[in-house]
Design a binder for this molecule. Structure first.
Ligand SMILES: NC(=O)c1ccc[n+]([C@@H]2O[C@H](COP(=O)([O-])OP(=O)(O)OC[C@H]3O[C@@H](n4cnc5c(N)ncnc54)[C@H](OP(=O)(O)O)[C@@H]3O)[C@@H](O)[C@H]2O)c1
Length: 238
């Protein structure tokens, strides 16, 4: 099959990891790059789709433009750790309703709405991938430091979404792999305020992380569906 017959959808294509995925896959696949805001895609010949927002109605209208069984892979690269109004909580006194709601919206609610409106667009007659950018800090068993209440909780919720989708969607699509991905610590606006606490060697470029993640994804089978795995292909336990 001509590789350009492969179709990949990337949501949050204007983010750091989203743009690296776009650059990686555009040579071998037709990429549909979805984002809220316009962005400069590196030499991209992909389709850029600007949504303005990720509300249910907007997503339903957008999805209706695509036939069922269209995409080989869907990546959801949306997420938030901090913004101009708040940083991740160090202690429970820092916790606020607004921060929690905004973080849950970005990391769990919007990914769920995208899955709801787009899962039928994934191929059923061959292996297909529904991948969510999660994070190791969403693991409950791996939590030794505490803190980051909203982010940790939202990524744990996302991991439950991944598991639930793998069960429900897997009933009718036996070749579908639903997966959470931990990209490592990647140089991006999301990690920028925390990079001084890490040695340089522990911070990946987005291109390096995506290279690793893409080979992990190629090796996945349906037995992995519902799990969260890291850039090395190692399972992160809930
Ligand atoms: N970087 C890391 O080291 C790291 C580590 C673990 C996990 N992750 C996960 O990887 C994903 C991508 O991270 P990144 O480093 O590429 O971050 P980034 O460069 O800050 O990109 C974040 C993306 O999320 C979108 N976004 C944020 N809040 C949104 C909302 N409420 N609704 C819709 N879109 C929203 C942004 O869109 P706009 O530009 O339109 O706001 C942007 O496309 C995130 O889920 C993050 O949690 C990253």
């Amino acid at each position: 099959m001509d590789k350009k017959n492969k179709r990949i959808a990337i949501f949050g294509a204007n983010g750091t990891i989203g743009r690296a995925l776009l650059a990686h896959y555009q040579n071998e696949s037709h990429v549909y790059a979805f984002s809220r805001n316009d962005f400069d895609a590196r030499n991209s010949n992909s389709d850029k789709i600007l949504l303005g927002d990720y509300n249910d109605e907007t997503l339903a209208r957008t999805a209706s433009a695509y036939e069922d069984n269209s995409f080989d892979k869907i990546f959801i690269c949306i997420g938030m750790l901090h913004n101009s109004d708040f940083m991740p909580e160090k202690r429970i006194e820092d916790f606020s309703k607004l921060q929690f709601m905004k973080t849950m919206e970005s990391n769990a609610l919007v990914p769920a709405l995208i899955a709801k409106n787009f899962y039928k667009k994934l191929k059923r007659n061959e292996k297909s991938i529904l991948a969510f950018l999660s994070a190791r800090v969403g693991s409950i068993s791996d939590n030794r430091k505490g803190g980051w209440y909203s982010y940790r909780t939202s990524k744990a919720a996302l991991n439950m979404l991944v598991k639930n989708l793998s069960i429900e969607l897997g009933r009718n699509n036996k070749r579908l792999v639903v997966i959470g991905l931990h990209p490592g610590t990647v140089d991006s606006p999301l990690t920028q305020p925390f990079q001084k606490n890490l040695e340089g060697s522990k911070i990946f470029s987005a291109d390096f992380s995506v290279l690793k993640l893409s080979s992990v994804i190629d090796s996945l089978s349906v037995e992995s569906s519902g799990k969260c795995i890291d850039w090395e292909g190692k399972v992160i336990f809930p």
